[in-house]
Design a protein around this ligand. Structure first.
Ligand code: ZN
Length: 134
């Protein structure tokens, strides 16, 4: 058995989320926007949850936002996160208007803190989006 620190499990994209994960190779936070009602759609889908429109276009977001909620973790949920505690599971209100779940590593942020996307490299060239306080 290896003594190596286990890796963060690789995300396995579906057909609909593949463009999202491809964008992370160039550290772009991509999200779908509904062509019919102009609202952002998160998570990636085939049909807009707001209006039922089926034409969704990918765009790159700023990666900026504000912390809406924080759950600080002092025990790792996965062995791969053992050296990252404390870390937080956070809800981020992105500047463009969508709310997403992500992580902040290190000192837990406060609700209302301004954050920017940060990237954890994955072994296959993709990057895992996390956030850090501005
Ligand atoms: Zn729509």
């Amino acid at each position: 058995m290896s003594e190596d620190v286990p890796a963060i499990p690789l995300p396995e994209p579906s057909a609909v989320s593949a463009p999202y994960w491809e964008a992370t190779r160039s550290k772009r936070l991509a999200m779908q926007r509904c062509v019919n009602c102009s609202r952002l759609v998160w998570y990636p889908r085939l049909v807009c949850p707001h209006c039922g429109g089926d034409e969704l276009a990918w765009e790159t977001l700023s990666g900026r936002g504000v912390v809406y909620a924080v759950s600080a973790h002092h025990r790792p949920a996965l062995p791969a996160l053992a050296d990252k505690v404390p870390y937080s599971v956070v809800l981020i209100d992105l500047t463009e208007g969508a709310r997403i779940m992500s992580n902040v590593f290190g000192v837990p942020p406060q609700v209302g803190d301004e954050v920017d996307v940060a990237w954890v490299p994955l072994p296959d060239g993709r990057n895992l989006p996390t956030f850090e306080c501005r």
